[in-house]
Write a protein that binds this ligand. Structure first.
Ligand SMILES: Nc1ncnc2c1ncn2[C@@H]1O[C@H](COP(=O)(O)OP(=O)(O)O)[C@@H](O)[C@H]1O
Ligand SMILES: [Mg+2]
Length: 346
């Protein structure tokens, strides 16, 4: 069957500042289209290969799949790859777009046997809509009420067997019964530098750009384990190479690119530094995320999805019940000194 993608890229690029709408066409051009092009996440690739082979052998759609992990690690790419490998049509939407049950029911009625329904930011589906999704996932039917008042009738609408693929940056916000309805649950982790180097080299090839090994390593070390960030670096670097007329991306151009972007040796950007500075200004914390958001001028969601995971992983901050705190490592970065205790006058 031909892959007829019923695809709306606009619906896919989430609200995160890391995934800027103007970069969507660029990102799409770098997206791996087959499991064989997908670099890293070996366990997930193995799971999907097996699931696809088995489903094809049975002539059935695969189990419902949930991808979770920070933005930019490849959730959307894997969802598209799954549909392509299954030779299935892909219907794409997002949690916030499914505002009312009828938005979902409308989509479900267009689904043909074997189609893939991709729901990005699935944690943002309203509870009222989630319940309809349960029965669609489990029984391949939904109960809908027609008319109101004395004429109200309940009808059961059959849904053709399909695969639901959900993507979320916050699996913790999904209810347990919802999570239990996914047969496969795949968590994406940040990529080690060696894999990011391969991702950068592959992307450079697609962009018709030559890149030196030390330049690729320099960019990979500062990309926070995230292919989307690596891709963004490369796009900027390409501009620089073009303007300077070097023809090849050398180490110096890689360094200049990141200097211009304000990315430091730890891969931290302006917003990360503001975040740490905000904690420092409050005596190292704890500071509530709401307060941080107001001070640094970014939404709570973006701070939690995009910036915090990296700061936590690097050990620059900790999360407590009362808010975020600076660690000694984080304090050092912003030149903050914790007040020494125990030397108060007796
Ligand atoms: N494993 C990978 N190999 C190569 N490129 C990747 C990989 N994972 C992600 N990318 C690239 O990173 C960008 C972001 O990936 P995407 O699937 O949109 O992430 P997510 O949906 O998790 O936010 C895309 O341009 C994609 O080409
Ligand atoms: Mg995505």
């Amino acid at each position: 069957m031909a892959t007829d993608h019923v695809f709306n890229p606009e619906a896919l690029e989430g609200s995160h500042s890391e995934s800027r709408p103007e970069e969507a066409p660029f990102e799409n051009s770098l997206r791996p289209t087959h499991l064989g092009d997908f670099i890293g996440q070996d366990r997930i690739v193995q799971d999907l290969t097996l699931a696809i082979q088995a489903a094809k052998g049975r002539g059935e759609p695969t189990d419902h799949i949930l991808f979770s992990g920070p933005p930019g690690l490849g959730k959307t790419s894997l969802s598209r790859i799954l549909a392509a490998e299954m030779g299935a049509r892909l219907h794409a939407t997002s949690g916030p777009a499914l505002e009312r049950p009828k938005d979902l029911v409308g989509l479900l009625t267009h689904i043909e046997r074997g189609d893939v329904l991709f729901i990005d930011e699935i944690h943002r589906i309203p509870t009222t809509v989630e319940e309809y999704l349960y029965s669609a996932m489990e029984d391949f039917s939904v109960d809908i009420t027609l008319d109101t008042g004395p004429n109200a009738r309940l009808i059961t609408l059959p849904v053709k067997p399909f695969t639901l693929v959900g993507a979320t940056t916050r699996e913790g916000l999904l209810s347990a019964p919802f999570r239990a309805r996914f047969g496969l649950f795949e968590r994406l982790d940040p990529y080690p530098a060696a894999e990011l180097i391969r991702i950068i080299q592959r992307a450079a090839g697609l962009l018709d750009m030559e890149i030196e090994a030390d330049a690729a390593a320099y960019l990979a070390d500062r990309a926070r384990g995230t292919p989307r960030i690596a891709g963004r670096f490369l796009r900027r670097a390409r501009d620089l190479v073009q303007v300077h007329g070097h023809g090849k991306l050398h180490f110096d151009a890689a360094r200049e690119t990141l200097d211009r972007l304000g990315v430091d040796a730890n891969g931290l950007e302006e917003m990360d530094r503001r975040f740490l500075q905000c904690l420092a200004n409050q005596g190292g914390g704890p500071v509530a995320i709401k307060t941080i958001a107001a001070v640094v001028g970014e939404t709570e969601d973006t701070l939690q999805d995009v910036y915090e995971p990296h700061l936590l992983r690097c050990g620059y901050i900790t999360k407590t019940a009362r808010g975020r705190m600076l660690t000694p490592g984080g304090a050092k970065l912003v030149g903050f000194q914790f007040p020494t205790q125990g030397n108060l006058p007796l």
